[in-house]
Design a protein around this ligand. Structure first.
Ligand code: ADP
Length: 660
């Protein structure tokens, strides 16, 4: 017997002891696998002419045996070779395995979360099975192999004596025994037995697999009236007989071709979950049909949460592409812009040729037009969610906002319309997420720019003296905590606010661009005339002091000046030029060996602060050593306030001590 890998064992353990109440979905998972296997085969036959297939014959079969307590799910799809059985069923086959290992190491998510997150597929059969047998014959192979396991320690793979009649796979699961009902009847039955019935399986199929493209067939028992015998008297009672018939249990009509009003949301949800292997309902369902020069059906979904690998390089975006019901590409990347890469769904167009190859897809004008139309639909739906279901939208943005921001950044701001209006940022004043438009609408009339500050923690940013100063002036500050934020802002440079019509309450606004301004930049123009005057006066009066301090700090700063926008802190660091302190911090985390660009720093001193008097005194007393100490201390503590680390912590500590 071969042993399961550790991570598989853990997962199987979770399955076997699952408190997850919705065991029913095991069938959906196995049927989806069967359907995928058939798709793989028909897809192969598109390109491989040796694989002659009759589409009519492709099917999934269900059967059950009450005495043996087995359910069999069969398909005549692509099948698996011995090596594939080993690789696909012996380990957690899907790309989630590495991630599962990591998460499981921490295992805080709760089991349902883990099950959901990794879409456990085949292994979910062990929620209901005490034994699983997989009999498979790969397409083009003469041999049949049997994989068998009780889902505990390991599995065996053997060659079958009798080959399977055709290519394909049978998954035969032996259901667990129903536990003895306790005398007092307290404990609810586990419900395994219902799977051993026609209605039970029919119910699962219609609930979870109704829109699977391939027929799911089962032998069912029906009853019919016997013909009335010729010699029957007047009091003849109709007699019936049972007969067996192969019935297709699923509706098969592609759900995306149905009219929206004819489909219930729960059907869309089930379709989404079974097709895209997600555990959660989608956050948004977008069915639409385009007619005219372009002709296609589309059904798109915004997932309820981000797949674990969304931001990794393994993530593949794309929509399933069908031509008149036949899938021609599982993930057509060209149909989605990168910033909407999280969208899942199906596009079905009679105009796309079945034999279209990758290259021609990329060059297809039609496909590009479809992609544009799809993008517009997604944008419109996100806008609608933002305006009409804010709570849901905030959840969405938490999941996928980062990708939207990258969209602006990667396009050098060209995609700011429409993406900028989909952004949400934390308002320091209102303590909630706001859009740019909401920020602008709440601006006092004299405010000319949009203020923001970027850093790693919202708490720390909110406490920064300059943030308080800006808020005190009556201006809100957006607190940005994602690495990409400031890069996005730099790519945008301005936010284009649409005109707002006036009403009886307000005068409205003309359309105009607002500069996005980091409050840590040196040319923040906030001071009153008196404050400016005071700063100028201090600058001329203490010119000697400033240049002496700049000399002490050397190339750490461009210059030392009197703060024009005083805060309650004795000193702060601002920057000039394109690189802010936050960008420097983010870039410094880049690949090792990469020289991160440096910000051009200015040390601003608050001439109204008692500490400033100390500096003046030291300067007047000609105490050079003290001046150097003060300069270095003020610089370092200003760095700390900005959320940066000091260059030389040991020197900083020594300086503090010598001061004491
Ligand atoms: P997933 O379907 O998410 O990849 P599963 O654990 O359900 O993960 O299945 C693992 C793999 O086993 C599949 O990716 C597929 O390659 C293979 N497999 C499962 N069931 C079948 C089947 N009925 N026919 C052919 N291959 C199958």
């Amino acid at each position: 017997m071969k042993q399961f890998r550790t991570e598989s064992k853990k997962l199987l353990d979770l399955m076997a002891n699952s408190i997850y109440t919705n065991r029913d979905i095991f069938l959906r998972e196995l049927v989806s696998n069967a359907s995928d296997a058939i798709d793989k085969l028909s897809f192969m036959s598109l390109t491989d002419t040796s694989a002659k297939l009759d589409d009519e014959d492709l099917e999934i079969r269900l059967a059950y045996d009450e005495d043996a307590r087995t359910i069999t799910i069969s398909d005549n799809g692509i099948g698996m070779t011995e090596a594939e059985l080993e690789e696909n069923l012996g380990t957690i086959a899907h790309s989630g395995s590495e991630e599962f290992k990591k998460t499981n190491a921490e295992a805080q998510g709760g089991e349902v979360d883990i099950i959901g997150q990794f879409g456990v597929g085949f292994y979910s059969s062990f929620m209901v099975a005490k034994q699983v047998r997989v009999v498979s014959r790969a397409f083009g192979s003469e041999d049949t192999f049997v994989w068998e396991s009780d889902g505990a320690e390991g599995y065996t793979i053997t060659k079958a004596d009798e080959p399977r009649a055709t290519h394909g796979t049978d998954v035969i699961i032996t259901l667990r025994d129903e536990p003895e009902a306790p005398e007092d009847g307290e404990e609810a039955d586990q419900g395994f037995d219902k799977y051993l019935s026609e209605w039970g399986l029919r119910d699962l199929v219609t609930r979870y697999s109704n829109y699977v493209r391939h027929p799911i067939r089962m032998m069912v028992t029906k009853s019919r009236a016997l013909p009335k015998p010729e010699d029957a008297g007047d009091d003849y009672q109709t007699e019936y007989e049972d007969y067996e018939e192969l019935e297709t249990l699923n509706s098969m009509t592609p759900i995306w071709r149905k009219r929206k009003q004819d489909v219930e949301q729960k059907d869309y949800d089930e379709f989404y979950k079974s097709t895209f292997h997600d555990w959660d309902d989608p956050a948004r369902t977008i069915p639409f049909h385009v007619e005219g020069t372009l002709d296609f059906y589309s059904l798109l979904f915004v997932p309820g949460r981000a797949p674990f690998d969304l931001y990794s390089k393994d993530y593949e975006k794309g929509l399933a592409l069908y031509s008149s019901n036949v899938m021609i590409m599982e993930k057509c990347a060209d149909l989605l812009p990168d910033y909407y890469n999280f969208v899942r769904g199906v596009v079905d167009s009679p105009d796309v040729s079945l034999n279209i190859s990758r290259e021609t897809l990329q060059q297809s004008r039609q496909l590009r037009a479809m992609a544009r139309s799809i993008e517009r639909q997604i944008t419109r739906n996100l806008q609608d969610m933002r305006d009409n279901d804010r709570e849901e939208y905030e959840k969405f943005f938490e999941n996928f906002g980062r990708g939207l921001k990258f969209g602006i950044y990667n396009s050098y701001g060209a995609k700011a319309d429409p993406l900028a209006d989909l952004m949400l940022f934390w308002s320091a004043r209102d303590e909630k997420m706001v859009t740019f438009a909401e920020y602008v609408a709440a601006m006092p009339e004299k405010q000319e720019v949009i203020y923001y500050v970027a850093g790693d923690s919202r708490d720390r940013l909110a406490k920064m003296p300059i943030v308080k100063t800006v808020l005190d002036k009556g201006f809100d500050v957006l607190l940005c905590t994602q690495d990409v934020d400031e890069f996005t802002f730099q790519a945008m440079r301005t936010y284009h606010a649409a005109a707002v019509a006036g009403d009886s309450e307000n005068k409205g606004r003309d359309a105009r661009d607002y500069e996005l301004k980091n409050v840590t930049s040196g040319d923040l123009d906030l001071a009153t005339d008196e404050e400016k005057e005071a700063a100028e006066k201090a600058t001329t009066e203490h010119e000697g002091l400033f240049s002496a301090l700049a000399g002490k700090l050397g190339d750490k700063v461009e210059k030392v000046v009197a703060a024009a926008n005083p805060t309650d802190a004795p000193a702060r660091i601002t920057t000039e030029g394109p690189v802010s302190l936050e960008m420097e911090r983010v870039l410094a985390q880049g690949p090792e060996g990469m020289e991160a660009p440096h910000s051009r720093r200015i040390l601003e001193l608050n001439a109204g602060h008692p500490v400033f008097d100390k500096l003046v005194a030291a300067q007047e007393a000609g105490d050079d050593e003290k001046l150097a100490l003060y300069a270095s201390l003020l610089y370092d503590q200003a760095l700390l306030v900005e959320g940066l680390s000091v260059d030389d912590p040991v020197a900083f500590a020594q300086n503090v001590c010598s001061l004491m």
